[in-house]
Design a protein around this ligand. Structure first.
Ligand code: PLP
Length: 393
């Protein structure tokens, strides 16, 4: 006998990865430029020059130190630099000893679910949501409860308040959002904070707010993602350098526990213990030092805005119903038929690879990852036109 859930997660490929694998095979078959692959969220702009420069400089240093273990929570100079960066940019008031360097946001999130949830407790999140939240929550013995959105995919605060109960231990938010690109406004965060404070009072225990923010810097038209710590004291931020520095394969991120959290040392220790139990010894040592030298910089993310504008403008002109994304590099489009999987299959006829939304907890949409060249978006428009015509748009 093997653990049923682990086996199921290992055997069921995520539909994103399945579509991406189909895309790779199809490109080999008919040519790279004939397939319009919008499946996966891999950054399409190179890492900034500071990354290569830092690597070259570091390779001249002592290799034992460079490639050796670091403390589990990360190099102290890196943690200090992260705290200073957060305090300078957001007046977050975090201290270096409340920063834990992780192997990307994924490890931060799973350390939070394992470090905070007791078996049977619930994590509440807003649909549409990153599908791995289900895995991270259930692996920790918890249950993921999702709240359907209001108009424009904004959070439905009444439904959120109604989803909280005595079993709720944490709430996971994701801003800017994968897959919708929605950025939570200060007003929304204020409401979430108010609702959570009332629920803490009512149920007599702490409810932790875990803010998943790998796309924090990917925002457009002057929109900013406000610092969640300002709205709720029991907040933990999970961040990643995967998207802002275009380093997803290097696996470095961090979590930051609010200095205003009542039992912050205990919570930090429990999350650190969970990371230990998951076997995260430390985030890659050399990359911690590289990123420390690049803090505050980003890849040239202006290309994503150009791609967003081309895609949103092109699709709405064809009659598709889309939510304009303020951030991240995904566009969520309503499918003209209720079955998103059937729509995604039909799109394949025109070599368009669009991820059906079912795994994001909200049927009836496709996610279009526009972290691709603007030139590919332009070339894909005739295919989208044919797809629109199939539906009489
Ligand atoms: N959270 C969201 C919303 C994501 O989209 C991703 C990756 O795409 C992650 C977490 C995981 O990020 P990382 O690759 O840094 O672990």
């Amino acid at each position: 006998m093997l653990p049923e859930k682990s086996l199921a997660w290992g055997q069921s490929k995520s539909c994103i990865r399945e579509l991406a694998a189909y895309g790779t095979a199809r490109k080999a078959e008919i040519g790279k430029d004939k397939v319009f692959d919008f499946s996966i969220g891999n950054p399409s702009v190179p890492a900034p020059d500071c990354v290569a420069e830092a690597i070259s400089a570091l390779l001249k240093e002592d290799s034992l130190e460079l490639h050796g273990y670091t403390p589990a929570s990360g190099r102290m100079s890196f943690r200090t630099a992260i705290a200073e960066d957060l305090n300078r940019r957001y007046q977050a008031g975090v201290s270096a000893d409340m920063i834990y360097v992780t192997c990307g946001a994924a490890a931060g999130l799973s350390s939070c679910t394992h470090g905070l949830l007791l078996p049977g407790e619930e994590a509440v999140t807003f649909a549409p949501f990153f599908p791995e939240y289900t895995v991270f929550t259930e692996a920790a013995g918890g249950k993921l409860v999702s709240v359907l959105p209001a108009e424009g995919l904004q959070p439905d605060m009444a439904a959120f308040a109604a989803a909280l109960n005595e079993k709720t231990k944490l709430v996971i938010i994701n801003t800017p959002n994968n897959p919708s690109g929605v950025v939570l406004s200060a007003e929304s965060l204020q409401s979430i904070g108010d609702i959570l404070r009332r629920a803490e009072e009512k149920y007599g225990h702490t409810i932790y707010l875990v803010s998943d923010e790998p796309y924090r810097e990917l925002v457009y038209d002057g929109v900013q993602a406000p610092c969640v710590m300002h709205f709720y004291d029991d907040t933990i931020i999970c961040y990643s350098f995967s998207k802002s520095l275009s380093l997803p394969g290097e696996r470095v991120g961090y979590l930051a526990v609010s200095s205003r959290m009542a039992e912050k040392e205990k919570v930090f220790a429990s999350i650190a213990g969970a990371a230990r139990s998951c076997g995260y010894v430390n985030a890659p040592s050399m990359m911690q030092r590289v990123i420390e030298k690049c803090l505050g910089q980003t890849a040239d993310i202006s290309q994503y805005k150009q791609s967003r504008d081309l895609l949103y403008g092109g699709l709405t002109a064809l009659g598709f119903d889309c939510v304009k994304p303020d951030g991240a590099f995904y566009l969520f489009m309503k499918t003209p038929e209720p079955d998103a999987k059937a729509f995604s299959e039909r799109a394949k006829k025109f070599e368009l690879l669009l991820v059906p939304s079912d795994d994001f907890g909200l049927p009836g949409y496709v996610r279009i990852a526009y972290c691709v060249s603007p030139e590919m978006i332009q070339r894909s428009m005739p295919a989208f036109k044919l797809l629109a015509e199939e539906y009489g748009l």
